[in-house]
Design a protein around this ligand. Sequence first.
Ligand code: ADP
Ligand code: MG
Length: 246
Amino acid sequence: MSKKEEILTINHIKKDYGSLEVIKDISLTVGKGEVVVVVGPSGCGKSTLLRCINGLETIQGGEISLKGEIISGRQKDMHLVRQKIGMVFQSYDLFPHKNILDNITLGPVKAQHRKKEEAEEEAEKLLVRVGLLDKKDAYPRQLSGGQKQRVAIVRALCMHPEVMLFDEVTAALDPEMVREVLDVMLELAREGSTMIIVTHEMQFARAIADRIIFLDKGEVVEEGTPEEFFENPKTERARKFLNVFE
Ligand code: ADP
Ligand code: MG
């Protein structure tokens, strides 16, 4: 693999809640345009890892850098860092009293001081791409779960993040809406977005990932290409985990 610009560097991080060690010693580097998919059993620390990356959790050891600059342990200006790290959760937390266009442009206008017209123009282009331009004046309650999740992705994209984090974004969706959200993510990957994705959709993981990270009990147990991981898992723990999906 050619050496790509490093976007995110995670260096021996640790996170615990009291006596519970949730992240034990994780190191991970994500290059520009790379798609890393994190899989692992429930409770193994996937969400915590993403939350540490964008500063929603403080870490007790190690450090995290974005494009060579240390971002961990800097709670004061974390809001600036968070603009560079887009995150989409399982529950699309759109503002209920703002329409779709305002939901998307609020961050660019308020936090990044961009011109409203310019932000709206970009928001509309992004809405076209996810097939939702006709919903720009609607309110979140008027959208389906899949539509809301696509808006949440557009809202994160409109901030021009260096990396996008996705935490089980389809887990709360009805089955028929999962595809439309995964397709948007596949397109972002094709276009070269840098992404870290936590998912239980194994076929999707296989299709989208450049690299799979298998996490168990707060540790990286396996790391490899989708082919290596799915065809030939090296550890008993990974084999057991994958059996559930057969
Ligand atoms: P995953 O996303 O892989 O299912 P999480 O990162 O949500 O796992 O959780 C990892 C572990 O940390 C679990 O044992 C969970 O109960 C615990 N945990 C998560 N958040 C907190 C918290 N705020 N306080 C205490 N324990 C937590
Ligand atoms: Mg989780």
